[in-house]
Design a protein around this ligand. Structure first.
Ligand code: MG
Length: 298
């Protein structure tokens, strides 16, 4: 199932992508009341397999022809596919060819950093370029959303703890990222974590370690790789993080980016993101996530 959020009456409500269009779950429930079907994506994740099954059955039961609760993507304003995670944990330098392009050795253990929820934004939303940077870069990444609480998880069990997967863009201000020994300033400005368009439940993804990823920058393909090039697999990342902290339902892990980012180019070809630019990041089976950029004029 492909879940999403969209703006409605001042909040982010749940949608489900179907062949007929986007089901507005709240509107559908108003017509066909049903217990145990959630309208908030975080409640849905917290509810685990049972809530996924109930929503699937509910959506399957609906007549989708011409119903008012079926919307087209062009009629909605997307929110981030995950709205209120207790943690956003990112993995740095997790692709071999990306480490090669930045001339850094492959990490012996995962390099972890974080973003905050102010960074979350959705498909087709504008991202403001902060005044503090002149070197804004893109990073296509596979996002993992945790589905159940876990600590000290064994790699062989790690995917049991996954709710689903999403396309993410780890927007990075290269100048402020390197300003101190901590990357935080360059990583979590408002809108620096586009997520979506969809959160795809894990039953649709056989192997998260074999998915194509792509970035298109103003129409030109810049990143084009596969999660098979990751230094640490999805299972290893989940297991490693869970030895340091308890993972909770809704937590988002951004698993690192492959080669092709702007900072990986020769200095004279580093065309950092400017107002008016468009970046589309895409992970196979998860959807293409597009954002445009504007100047900070506040
Ligand atoms: Mg990254």
């Amino acid at each position: 199932m492909k879940l999403l959020t969209f703006h409605k009456n001042g909040k982010l409500t749940l949608g489900v992508k179907t062949n007929a269009g986007i089901i507005d779950v709240e509107d559908a429930l108003n017509v066909f009341p049903e217990n145990g079907v959630f309208t908030d994506i975080m409640d849905m994740i917290e509810g685990g397999k049972g809530s996924v099954r109930r929503l699937e059955q509910f959506v399957a039961s609906l007549d989708k022809r011409g119903a008012g609760y079926v919307k087209q993507e062009s009629d909605i304003t997307f929110g981030p596919a995950i709205t209120n995670p207790s943690k956003i944990i990112c993995v740095g330098l997790n692709y071999k060819k990306h480490a090669d392009e930045t001339k850094l050795p492959y990490p012996k253990e995962p390099i972890l950093f974080n973003k905050y929820n102010n960074a979350l934004t959705g498909h087709l939303n504008e991202v403001t370029i902060p005044r503090t940077t002149e070197r804004l870069d893109f990073e296509v990444e596979l996002g993992i959303v945790i589905g159940k609480t876990g600590k000290n998880i064994e790699p062989k069990d790690a995917l049991d703890y996954v709710f689903g997967y999403c396309t993410t863009n780890d927007l990075s201000a290269r100048d402020t990222q390197k300003k101190s020994s901590q990357w935080m300033l360059g990583k979590t400005s408002d809108g620096f974590a586009p997520v979506g368009p969809y959160l795809v439940t894990k039953d649709e993804i056989d192997n998260p370690n074999a998915l194509q990823l792509k970035t298109t920058y103003n129409g030109e393909v810049r990143q084009n790789s596969n999660t098979a090039d990751m230094v640490f697999s999805c299972e290893e990342i989940i297991s490693y993080i869970s030895t340091y902290m308890t993972l909770e339902p809704g937590d988002l892990i951004m698993t690192g980016t492959p080669e092709g980012v702007i900072i990986g180019r020769p200095i004279e070809e580093r065309d950092y993101i400017e107002p008016g630019d468009t970046v589309t990041v895409e992970v196979e089976k998860l959807g293409a996530l597009t954002n445009t950029f504007v100047a900070d004029e506040e």
